[in-house]
Design a protein around this ligand. Structure first.
Ligand code: PEP
Ligand code: MG
Length: 543
């Protein structure tokens, strides 16, 4: 038994036989020619065929994976038509008097290196797309089908890397899992694997590639990122047990997917999901959440070695909004401080960081950080249905300040000719007792409330959420907490505003009935809990 460690990009486990994916080997040779016109014509013909094939792949992907996931092939078609890319190939043919295959290969290298050297992870992952379209073009030029061995039994596909078009070409009923030596979790291959709901482990390294052989047995663990080659009996038995548990979860999913979040007596609520990065979207969609109720944007800051730029943030927010295809996405502005300290941002050491400069306080104290984020958020708002939410509010003046900064930011964007949506909702987190107690004063100022029970419990019961010694005092069901939630719900509704819960308590099905009776309109939970809460809601009769 040998274990390789990579990155799990689709959370499921698979065990079975391996098939090593081999591409038809196309050697690109540099050939001199006197007739560059003929090479340009060949290139044009190959491009047309490649675009026609991509159109067919696009249709297959739309049928099997939905329009949003098929878009990548639309983009590939556009990339093949891209002026810079085509001019670069033509230049190589004309200036060097060489064959089209060679010119495409050289251009592919140049363009993919350019993408790889960009700072943004999303753009880096586009290098694989350039290679994918270029390989297709070379295959057409050399009269090759471009397909490798596609197995006809259910197997774990092992490869160096897989291009998006190779990934969708597999009949998904024949694939147990994907395992690759290279690849990034932002690549479209990873995104497609997630939406195909096939376990995938990437970045397993070169040793993995030389170790795997057709017919060997392996376990691909999309949760931990482990790839276990030739597992022993005990490991195999444990995996089988996990698979059974997974199967039970899938049954629940099948039973409840597409069903409404409605009680027996007809009360409907939203069940949304919480995520910490764009990588969580696959899980959100897989578990059929109605939208994103909390995107914890601070992880973007915590994962970086310096403050993420406006452009970096904009690209992430836009991607999340586009992937959710018109479903509501509530992004919380950066909540660093307290237990989430940012290594590169040194502000004074605090004796009580949970009571210190965190969340909105830090944003109001360092307004450039806040303005950059608001600009990125408003710019992204043009690409979907955005809600912006502010953490750690205690007083009305904070909302007044936020509003005046937002007005300035929007005015600036308008002056610069940038578009944003006027329908962007703005709301606050109710996670301090102060905010709950004055929720009658705060409600008229915002579009919605979202209760952060994790902090509301900590601040109401004076129990540090990080300190295990006070855990027994930290009663999630404490009447003080329940009363504050009810008070905020009453005040929100009195002013015609909606109220959700996005703290961990939202997923506690012992409280679902109580929350619904309080009039809570939305529960936002970790993706894995969406269906469990839906099941509970559907079992209730509040009449
Ligand atoms: C909360 O406090 O309940 C909450 C959702 O925010 P976080 O856990 O990120 O502080
Ligand atoms: Mg909180």
């Amino acid at each position: 038994m040998v274990i390789f460690n990579g990155k799990g990009v689709c959370p499921a486990v698979a065990a079975g036989r391996i098939s090593v994916f081999r591409r038809a080997d196309i050697q690109v040779k540099r050939l001199k020619t006197d007739d560059t016109e003929a090479e340009l014509l060949r290139l044009e013909e190959a491009k047309k065929t490649a675009i026609r094939e991509l159109g067919e792949i696009y249709e297959k992907a739309v049928r099997e994976l939905g329009e949003a996931n098929a878009d990548i092939f639309d983009i590939h078609m556009m990339m093949l038509e891209d002026e810079d890319y085509n001019e670069a190939i033509a230049e190589v043919i004309k200036c060097q008097n060489v064959n089209a295959e060679y010119a495409v290969a050289v251009t592919a290298d140049n363009f993919s290196h350019m993408f790889e050297n960009m700072e943004d992870a999303y753009m880096q992952a586009r290098a694989a797309d350039v290679r994918d379209i270029s390989n297709r073009l070379i295959a057409k030029l050399s009269g090759n089908s471009g397909n490798g061995n596609i197995p006809d039994e259910k197997v774990i596909i092992c490869a160096d890397d897989l291009a998006p078009s190779e990934t969708v070409a597999f009949d998904k009923d024949k694939v147990l899992a994907f395992a690759t030596a290279y690849g990034s979790s932002n690549s479209h291959t990873a995104i497609l694997a997630r939406s195909m709901n096939v376990p995938a482990v990437i970045g397993l390294g070169e040793e993995f590639l030389s170790a795997v052989k057709d017919g060997d047995i392996a376990i691909a663990d999309g949760f931990s990122g482990e790839f276990i080659l030739n597992p022993d009996e005990k490991t195999m038995a444990e995996t089988k047990k996990r698979q059974q548990e997974e199967q039970q979860k899938k049954e629940l999913l099948r039973k409840l997917k597409g069903k409404e979040n409605i009680t027996a007596d007809g009360r409907r609520i939203n069940i949304f999901a919480n995520i910490g990065s764009a990588a969580g979207i696959g899980e959100v969609l897989l578990n059929d959440a109605g939208g994103i109720g909390l995107f914890r944007s601070e992880f973007l800051y915590l994962e970086n070695s310096s403050f993420p730029t406006e452009e970096e943030q904009f690209l992430v927010y836009r991607r999340v909004l586009e992937s959710m295809a018109g479903k509501k996405v509530i992004i919380r502005t950066v909540d660093i401080g307290a237990d989430k300290q940012c290594g590169y941002f040194y502000h004074e050491k605090e004796e009580n960081p949970a009571l210190g400069l965190r969340g909105i306080r830090l944003c109001l104290a360092h307004r450039e950080i806040f303005r950059t984020q608001l600009r990125a958020l408003y710019r992204a708002s043009a690409f979907g249905r955005l809600g912006i939410m502010f953490p750690m509010i205690t007083s009305k003046w904070e909302i007044d300040e936020i509003k005046s900064i937002s007005v300035q930011v929007k005015r600036e964007l308008t002056d610069e000719g940038m578009v944003f949506s006027d329908e962007t909702e703005t709301g606050i987190m109710i996670e301090t007792p102060a905010a709950a107690i004055i929720s009658d004063i705060l409600a008229p100022e915002v579009d919605f409330f979202s209760i952060g029970t994790n902090d509301l419990i900590q601040y109401t019961l004076a129990c540090d959420r990080q300190n295990r010694h006070v855990e027994s005092f930290c009663d999630n069901y404490h009447e003080a907490v329940m009363r504050l939630i009810e008070l905020a719900a009453d005040n929100a509704h009195k002013h015609g505003k909606w109220i959700g819960i996005c703290g961990e308590l939202a997923a506690d099905t012992n409280l679902t009935e109580r929350f619904l009776r309080m009039g809570i309109d939305e529960l936002s939970v970790s993706p894995a809990f969406v269906l469990k809460v839906r099941e509970k809601v559907r079992s209730l009769d509040l009449s």
